[in-house]
Design a protein around this ligand. Structure first.
Ligand code: NAD
Length: 450
């Protein structure tokens, strides 16, 4: 099929490249010239495992193209995917200006170019329930018949860091439309995946739109729930890892998203929970569970500082803290809403020096001009002359650190592990005073600690 994907971010570029990998001809459109220059040079504008090779392979095979012209790129396309950003406004509401902008451009272009072939305009961006109806209203305003361009919602569930795998092995594909012709056509596109037993759920527009928010809000709920259990464990001496394992063994609960940590981040959960709460308010419903989930998440991010302050007697002046991990999760360079940003901001405000590292994030513009902040090459450099380590993101590079080597370079041997990567006993054995999230502080015998 001929496909046009608008927006070459984590969703658009991965989907477009993978559609090309399946043999389709794909043009990815973006307004960002810097991104387009990189893409046209065969490079990925962001880090996603396996993506760069696929971009090169499909570009060379003349199945994948990049353009800044929506008008030219959509003319031949059977399917047009909208995959632009839907960032939060200060109210929490999703900013849909880019989505509606693309929809208007598509319908105007369709009528002005006097195109006659049937197309499906598909929203892959995460949009509030009712957006598809508004897109249909734009179509009507532009005088394009429903039989010419059908509107569909196809929410995306891929995860950054494993996006390629997720594209080819989705748990489900959701297609929402009231056009049977559109449902048939897009089912055909996904047919190669369906043959691997991927369930395709066809439903109406509104249900497809809401299902994405419902899924993200539920996953965020699991995270906030286990974080609350971790906080109870810290106060009682129960072991949160075991609590999580025992809960996860229950088929009704499931083992995923039950890892305690410093709060969820990224470009989806925080904005999508806020947008869902906003939407619920608009329709006169108080979404109390999701509001509580957000509050717990904010507490969890900010609470890290309390632990550090408690340890150092509320005085971080002349203290150097090493931060391991800046991305919101491993295997991505995405720092949007990363807990590391909140933790670093608070540490700097409390007077600490911060030396950070991350395998992929090499710049953080937010703190670039701060004299007390720097990004170094690796964990050992970050820990050099530090008073404490805070492990924020569980990259593999931080799972098997040489603890003795780390400790040797430090002024004080203190390890805050926010991801339960290390057993507290292992850290203590290496001479660290250890705070592992969800556990009580465990101190090394006085002779071992620096
Ligand atoms: P992103 O910010 O990485 O990329 C968006 C891209 O759209 C940018 O390259 C931007 O330049 C481009 N763009 C904006 N306006 C445009 C226009 N008018 N024409 C052409 N290009 C335009 O966003 P993302 O992370 O890929 O997310 C896109 C959507 O998918 C969001 O709604 C998000 O909630 C949803 N989503 C994201 C993920 C994820 O893991 N990132 C997962 C599922 C769903």
């Amino acid at each position: 099929m001929k496909i046009c994907v608008v927006g070459t971010g984590y969703v658009g570029l991965v989907s477009g490249t993978c559609f090309a990998d399946l043999g389709n001809t794909v043009v990815c459109v973006d307004t960002n010239q810097e991104k387009l220059a990189l893409l046209n040079a065969g490079k990925s504008p962001f880090y996603e495992p396996g993506l760069a090779e696929r971009i090169t392979r499909n570009s060379e095979a003349k199945r994948l193209f990049f353009s800044d012209s929506l008008v030219d790129s959509m003319a031949e396309a059977d399917l047009i995917f909208i995959a632009v950003g839907t960032p939060p406004l200060s109210s929490g509401q999703a900013d849909l200006s880019a989505v509606f902008g693309v929809a208007e451009a598509v319908f105007n272009s369709y009528s002005q170019q006097a195109l006659s072939d049937f197309k499906v305009l598909i929203t892959k961006s995460t949009v509030p329930v009712g957006t598809g109806e508004k897109i249909k209203a734009i179509r009507d305003k532009c005088g394009v018949a429903e039989s010419k361009v059908a509107v569909m919602s196809n929410p995306e569930f891929l995860r950054e860091g494993t996006a390629i795998y997720d594209f080819f092995h989705p748990d489900r594909i959701v297609l929402g439309s009231d056009s049977k012709a559109a449902l048939d056509k897009v089912s055909e596109l996904y047919d190669p995946l369906y043959r691997r037993d991927t369930p395709i759920v066809t439903t109406n527009l509104k249900t497809a739109e809401l299902s994405k928010y419902a899924s993200n809000a539920f996953l965020a709920t699991k995270i906030s729930f286990i974080n609350e259990m971790a906080n109870i464990c810290e106060r009682t001496g129960a072991d949160v890892e075991d609590v999580s394992k025992i809960m996860g063994m229950d088929g009704r609960i499931g083992k995923y998203f039950l890892h305690p940590g410093p709060g969820y981040g990224g470009s989806c959960f925080p904005k999508d929970t806020r947008a869902l709460v906003y939407l619920a308010d608009q329709v006169g419903y108080d979404l109390s569970v999701v509001k509580a989930v957000e509050n717990v998440n904010q507490f969890q991010k900010e609470h890290v500082l309390t632990h550090v302050l408690n340890y150092f007697g509320n005085d971080l002046s002349n203290k150097k803290i090493a931060i391991l991990g800046l991305s919101f999760k491993p295997n991505t360079d995405d720092t949007r809403e990363s807990s590391a940003l909140v933790i670093i901001e608070q540490l700097l405000a409390a007077g600490a020096d911060v030396s950070a590292c991350d395998p992929e994030v090499k710049r953080l513009t937010k703190f670039e001009s701060h004299a007390s902040f720097g990004i170094v090459n690796n964990a050992y450099e970050a820990a050099d002359q530090a008073d404490a380590i805070v492990l924020v993101t569980e990259w593999n590079a931080y799972r098997e650190l040489d603890l003795h080597r780390l400790k040797e370079g430090m002024k004080q041997a203190v390890f805050f592990d926010l991801r339960n990567v290390y057993a507290p006993e292992k850290l203590v054995k290496a001479g660290f005073n250890a705070y592992v999230l969800g556990r009580q502080l465990l101190k090394a015998p006085a002779s071992q600690s620096l």
